[in-house]
Design a protein around this ligand. Structure first.
Ligand SMILES: [Zn+2]
Ligand SMILES: [Zn+2]
Length: 257
């Protein structure tokens, strides 16, 4: 592993440790590139709604300034990038972009943690056999990829579908084909793997291997030690090799301007 673009900070309320410690761990592992992509702030149109797993809009200036300072300090040892992990919420996304464009952001990654515009309370990780919701996840994430604003698709297998495997195959292939068409890498997520979550889902990655999509490893670090975990990376690469997948080392990032 030479690069990791999926790194959090305590601003999202469920990660721990200063940015400096994540950078230190990346240096220990010999990473050449490290991207921070904490959970984006969002502006919700219901004023009393609070989304607990992301920074608030007023924390973004400090996030960017802190990372610009660290980039100046560590620039000769590692390439640091400043990004965000964002859901695509169709009704709210334009306002978010207006705000994000005021900052020198190097990239966005797509992490679709909830469907619709989040306030409906339909979360991707909640098990369901309802194909209509899987169809919504597919449609919503493909629309996101088509904006051209996302540099990669984080844990694309986050949606926890427990229904008909044939339906699952069909929707996953549609995601893979769009990712191929747009040359957008799919992320094999180390955090899900280490915590024994429902993702990465072998059924999903077998299809990715068959379709030949570009795949990148993502630490999804919520603690400094997660940034680079050699035992985990070895296990992950073995699983991917079984699916005929050899991950790429670097991703071409699309700055938000
Ligand atoms: Zn998180
Ligand atoms: Zn993440």
């Amino acid at each position: 592993m030479l690069a990791n673009y999926h790194t959090h900070t305590p601003r999202c309320n469920h990660a721990v440790g200063p940015e400096r410690d994540y950078i230190g761990r990346a240096l220990e592992g010999g990473l050449q590139e490290l991207g921070f992509s904490d959970h984006t702030p969002y502006f919700f149109d219901q004023p009393d709604y609070y989304s607990s797993f992301r920074m608030r809009p007023e924390q973004l200036p400090d996030y960017v300034e802190t990372l610009l300072g660290l980039r100046a300090e560590y620039g000769d040892r590692i390439r640091l990038f400043i990004g965000l992990e964002a859901e695509y919420y169709p009704r709210l996304f334009p306002r978010l972009l207006d705000y994000l464009r005021q900052f020198p952001l190097d990239y966005l990654i797509l992490g679709q943690h909830a469907l619709y515009n989040e306030t409906e309370g339909v979360y991707s990780t909640r098990p369901t056999d309802d194909e209509k919701l899987l169809d919504q996840y597919r449609g919503q994430t493909l629309e996101a990829l088509e904006t051209g604003l996302f540099s990669y698709f984080a844990h694309p297998d986050l949606f926890h579908f427990t229904g008909d495997p044939k339906a699952y195959d069909r929707h996953v292939r549609a995601i893979c084909r769009k990712a191929m068409e747009l040359s957008i890498p799919l992320e094999f997520n180390l955090l899900g793997f280490s915590e024994g979550k429902h993702y990465p889902d072998p059924a999903f990655w077998r299809i990715v291997g068959e379709e030949g999509c570009p795949v990148v490893l993502g630490s999804d670090a919520h603690a400094p030690a997660d940034t680079w975990d050699p035992a985990l990376i070895a296990r992950e690469e073995a699983l991917l090799a079984d699916c005929g997948i050899r991950p790429i080392d670097r991703v071409a990032l699309h700055p938000i301007r």
